[in-house]
Design a binder for this molecule. Structure first.
Ligand SMILES: Nc1ncnc2c1ncn2[C@@H]1O[C@H](COP(=O)(O)OP(=O)(O)OP(=O)(O)O)[C@@H](O)[C@H]1O
Ligand SMILES: [Mg+2]
Length: 366
């Protein structure tokens, strides 16, 4: 168990700048999840921490020591890869013992460590099997066991569940959460999966093109995204965005126009922006209300998806396509025309640079 600190960390491959000025503090025993689109640098950042890639510029500390020059095996870090990378000719026992033997540990210690790890991961019955005789989930556990047996201070996971089917993912997600509670070790976890990120993380790091967009708890990122990028990335189905114009702003909040909607009075502070400024309005699918109002039903329902417990309604007006989510059953049908009202308490506004406008209260408190 140890903290990890990145101070202006950069990585350049040839002439390509991949990781850009990353500052990050990961506390002792914290569960941190990296998310971001493909190619944004998640695996690279993990490999820099593990020591599998060298840092081009900046400082990386594990605990109180700078580890920039320390080889991977001396960093006290264990890594679990998406591909598992198990040795096919070795048994489960040998796979887990391999790294320990390499570290010249005496046989009794190797045996104790492997058996203790196997007990935690419920692999005791499988120790003499080869990887090809295991299910996907069991292989996954062996890969975790191999990393854990070395008793690393930090466990790194790079999309460890992406090869598993949906129900096994749920089961393994649960096991990883419980493992973290039991081991209390620092864990850094890369995933594409929204649900894994939201459910496992104490802290989510959103990466975009090699930079950190925002760091926060799942709830903070969901409720108060700092940028349009984070707003669109966290949450599924994704947040709806609509063009908007600032009509007025003052100490009580602001008023905003958006095509197809009634003028909205919102609690954001827009006093830094001129009336008429172009903004983007963001609202999550669960924070929209649909009505068959008389008169200006600006939106047409173009598709209705029934998912059992909830219903997604797709709405169109001109070039704008929106999604509405509600609990099943739903009375809405394709072809109907409706009026749409966002819940003002849950509307987000973004400026021309895609930064979120602050809430009035936040500024008063600051
Ligand atoms: N050894 C390398 N040499 C040159 N470029 C590299 C190298 N490794 C990674 N890159 C580039 O760095 C960028 C980030 O790659 P990385 O694997 O970290 O992305 P990622 O966020 O993990 O993506 P994914 O979600 O697809 O796994 C990509 O543009 C990739 O092509
Ligand atoms: Mg990756």
């Amino acid at each position: 168990m140890a903290s990890v600190t990145l101070d202006k960390v950069n990585k350049v491959f040839g002439s390509t700048h991949i990781i850009k000025d990353v500052d990050l503090n990961i506390g002792n025993g914290e569960f941190v999840v990296f998310v971001g689109p493909s190619g944004c640098g998640k695996s690279t950042l993990l490999r820099l921490i593990a020591g599998l890639e060298s840092i081009s510029d900046g400082e990386l500390c594990i605990g109180d020591s700078v580890v920039n020059e320390l080889p991977p095996r001396e960093r006290g870090v264990g890594m679990v890869f998406q591909s598992y990378a198990l040795y096919p000719h070795m048994t489960v026992y040998e796979n887990m013992a391999f790294g320990l033997k390499l570290a010249k540990m005496v046989k009794e210690t190797v045996d104790d460590r492997v058996m203790a790890t196997a007990r935690i991961l419920q692999l005791e019955e499988l120790l003499q099997r080869k990887p090809k005789e295991l299910s996907g989930g069991q292989r996954q556990r062996v890969a975790m066991g191999r990393a854990m047996a070395r008793e690393p201070r930090i466990l790194l996971f790079d999309e460890p569940l992406s090869n598993l089917d949906a129900s096994l993912r749920v089961q393994m997600r649960n096991e990883i959460a419980r493992l973290h509670q039991r081991l209390e070790s620092t864990m850094i976890y890369v995933t594409h999966d929204q649900v894994e990120a939201m459910t496992l993380a104490d802290k989510i790091v959103v990466l975009n093109a090699g930079r950190i967009e925002q760091v926060g708890s799942p709830q903070e990122l969901y409720q108060r995204p700092a940028t349009k990028f984070v707003a669109g990335f966290i949450g599924s189905p994704t947040m709806n965005f609509m063009p908007a114009t600032l009509a007025a702003s003052g100490r009580e909040g602001c008023r905003v126009h958006s095509p197809g909607l009634h003028e909205l009075a919102l609690p954001q502070d827009a006093t830094d922006h001129a009336d008429g400024a172009a903004l983007t309005l963001g609202v999550r699918p669960e924070h929209l209300r649909l009505d068959e109002a008389c008169g200006d039903n600006a939106f047409e329902i173009v598709n209705v998806e029934y998912l059992g417990n909830e219903v997604y309604v797709y709405l169109e007006a001109g070039d704008t396509l929106l999604i509405h989510r509600s609990e099943a059953p739903s009375k809405w049908q394709t072809g109907q025309r409706v009026a749409l009202t966002p819940d003002p308490e849950h509307v987000h506004l973004f400026d021309a640079q895609d930064r979120a406008l602050p809430a009035m209260r936040t500024r008063a408190a600051a």
